[in-house]
Design a protein around this ligand. Structure first.
Ligand SMILES: [Zn+2]
Length: 108
């Protein structure tokens, strides 16, 4: 599958990491951790931080203009839930204090 022109999608949000209505974005959102592995490092970091805000009641920005980033699409929510489950899985075997580090995927 390929991305369609995101700007042409209904409800287009330039800040969305994964766009609803785009077959490729939706495929990634529906592919669990495999889909998340297809995100580039910057978008993985942004999705991680948005997930922390949504699921862990953090208040961290996503390093763009989107203060205290929230999910911007249903696709993002679906992918973010996979990251959350990964964190929960890790929390069962690691020191919980570093599982939810907002900067854990920051490569800058
Ligand atoms: Zn797309």
């Amino acid at each position: 599958m390929a991305h369609v022109a995101h700007q042409a999608l209904l409800g287009y949000d330039p800040e969305a990491i994964l766009k609803d209505g785009c077959p490729e974005c939706e495929r990634r959102a529906n592919s669990g951790l495999r889909g998340i592995l297809e995100l580039d490092a910057n978008n993985l970091n942004r999705l991680w931080r948005r997930m922390l805000n949504e699921r862990m009641s953090f208040q961290v920005n996503d390093q763009h203009q989107d203060k205290w980033g929230r999910y911007r699409s249903a696709c993002e929510q679906q992918a973010g839930e996979q990251l959350y489950l990964l964190g929960v899985l890790e929390e069962k075997r690691r020191n919980p204090s570093d599982t939810w580090d907002p900067d854990r995927f920051d490569v800058s």
